[in-house]
Design a binder for this molecule. Sequence first.
Ligand code: G1P
Length: 292
Amino acid sequence: MSPPKPVRKAVFPVAGLGTRFLPATKAVPKEMLTILDKPVIQYAVDEARQAGIEHFVFVTGRNKAVIEDHFDFQYELHDTLEKRGKQEALDILAKYQPDAGTTSFTRQQKPLGLGHAVWCAREIIGDEPFALLLPDMVMKDKKGCLSGMMDLFRETGGNIIATEEVAWAETHKYGVIERGNDRGAGFEITGMVEKPKPGTAPSNLFINGRYILQPEIFDLLEKQKPGAGNEIQITDAMQKLAKTQQFFGHLFTGNTYDCGSKEGFIRANLAFALDDPELSADLLVEISKLTT
Ligand code: G1P
């Protein structure tokens, strides 16, 4: 078997309104709220870069222009820092600066669901496999969830979905997969369902927001009718694609924080701060003060 076409591009759907964080998200997109010193979106982009992604495709919406600014080269800032000899700050900017021509932005004109947002990237992705990262799901892991998926993809080709175990009582909040036989470092996926009714989930392995998909998904998304929540769901289109192509599961064992919720967002801030040698000692003292 010839090796699968490489995964060079990643899609980041960032059109959501972020109503759970109002009023913070009235003028600032939820993806720009910060976990420690980086905006939420930066974590998914870093994970993609670590996995070898070369082109970053953002599906934005109204009021999201600042995301584009964040990934642009800020000439005035750069110039001022240089004149002031602020090398440390310049190094930070350089570390996170995507190369010219490696980002693309397109708009999801109507909020019709995640599947529709992904479909909006079809022209930029073209005829090659691509990664999909939902930036609300912030992952903390040395290797990176997408890197683990890429290893599996090089072995199996096809489509890859990252999964994690969740309490059975929580399965109705997510997409859930049915696990088949082991395959390489992962396993075959024999079924999937978006937001199963309580008590009906085929497993407690939920889809954690990281995917590698073949471009044939776009034609299916184009025809996809609204599903759960009356939205066009990526899971429903993947279910159809699974009739003609293989899907494999990667079990992610790092930490995931759902930063679409306040609780997940605070947890993520705590986890990254406690990992920072400059902050952890004082923070632990503060936490113990607050909790005793
Ligand atoms: C989306 C996906 C779902 C996945 C979840 C992970 O749902 O449709 O399959 O489990 O992201 O966060 P949403 O969070 O948009 O409701």
